[in-house]
Design a protein around this ligand. Structure first.
Ligand SMILES: [Zn+2]
Length: 284
């Protein structure tokens, strides 16, 4: 089997035109170690086959345990209806970028259904990106900054943005004119049983509104499609403890409350999502 580093180097050699230098914004070309820009800034592919585009290391609150719990939940089928919808929306053999890919399961499961010409996932968390390299599908993974994407103008057919922050100006720059943005945000009832179980006495923490996110999206695109995807997921017995660890909801929970929940975990959970779909030509 091809080593991760060789697979990564081969990808950037073949797809160098997708990238641009995050330091000086000039074009990149493949070099022996990875990519080099016109001003000789060098980005070498790591042993894991990834590229690191940040000027400094960023510490995030998402640790390996949380990523691992998320991975097991996603792979247990918790988001299957969403993935089916995304697979219908993503064109075959296009270029695909997953913004805020985390440990890579969403992109990986999507690539199991849709073939792509080139697929890249990036996250600000190095831990997440390293874990993503364990995924079986042929995607390239890198660590990058959402506000200064290391990608060239008009290169991508689809930008995926699942449960992660957006920079619509950058998305518009790197998407082809006929490209599209697919953004997934939680709906008001997302994980509602978990919110109630974690915070029985805190009405504010039990509630969630996506209104600010949707308002920002509405300001950014002339027209777009909106689709609610809501269902109840029956949690497999062996995954019930993972639900407690998979999201930032867990931060700040009373330890006694959590211990009680571990003894009697939830068996069902509401998945309430909103899929926002905008053509790049509608960007304002
Ligand atoms: Zn440069």
């Amino acid at each position: 089997m091809e080593k991760k580093i060789d697979r990564g180097k081969r990808f950037v050699q073949e797809q160098a035109q997708l990238f641009r230098c995050p330091l000086c914004h000039s074009a990149m070309a493949g070099s022996t170690g990875g990519l080099t820009c016109e001003n000789q800034h060098r980005f070498d592919v790591s042993k894991k086959g990834t590229l690191f585009f940040l000027s400094h290391q960023v510490k995030t609150d998402y640790d390996r345990e949380m990523f691992a719990a998320r991975r097991r939940m996603i792979q247990s089928g918790m988001y299957r209806p969403l993935l089916e919808r995304l697979a219908e929306a993503v064109p075959e053999n296009g270029t695909l970028l997953d913004v805020g890919c985390g440990e890579g399961s969403f992109l990986d499961l999507l690539l199991a259904q849709v073939s792509s010409q080139a697929a890249i996932g990036f996250d600000i968390s190095k831990e997440g990106v390293y874990m993503a390299t364990e995924q079986p599908q042929p995607a390239f993974w890198c660590v990058a900054d959402l506000t200064n994407l290391p990608f060239a103008q008009e290169r991508f057919d689809t930008v995926l943005n699942i449960f992660s922050p957006s920079n619509y100006r950058e998305f518009a720059r790197i998407l082809k004119p006929e490209g599209q943005l697919l953004k997934v945000v939680p709906g008001p009832r997302y994980l509602q049983e978990l919110r109630q179980a974690f915070y029985p006495d805190d009405v504010n923490k039990q509630q969630y509104s996506n209104e600010p996110v949707v308002a920002k999206f509405t300001e950014s695109y002339r027209t777009f499609e909106k689709e609610e995807i809501t269902y109840e997921f029956e949690i497999p017995t062996e995954r019930r403890l993972d639900l407690l660890e998979m999201s930032p909801l867990e931060w700040g929970v009373d330890p006694a409350r959590k211990a009680a929940l571990k003894k009697q975990p939830l068996n069902k959970i509401t998945v309430d999502l909103l899929l926002l779909k905008a053509e790049n030509s509608a960007f304002l």
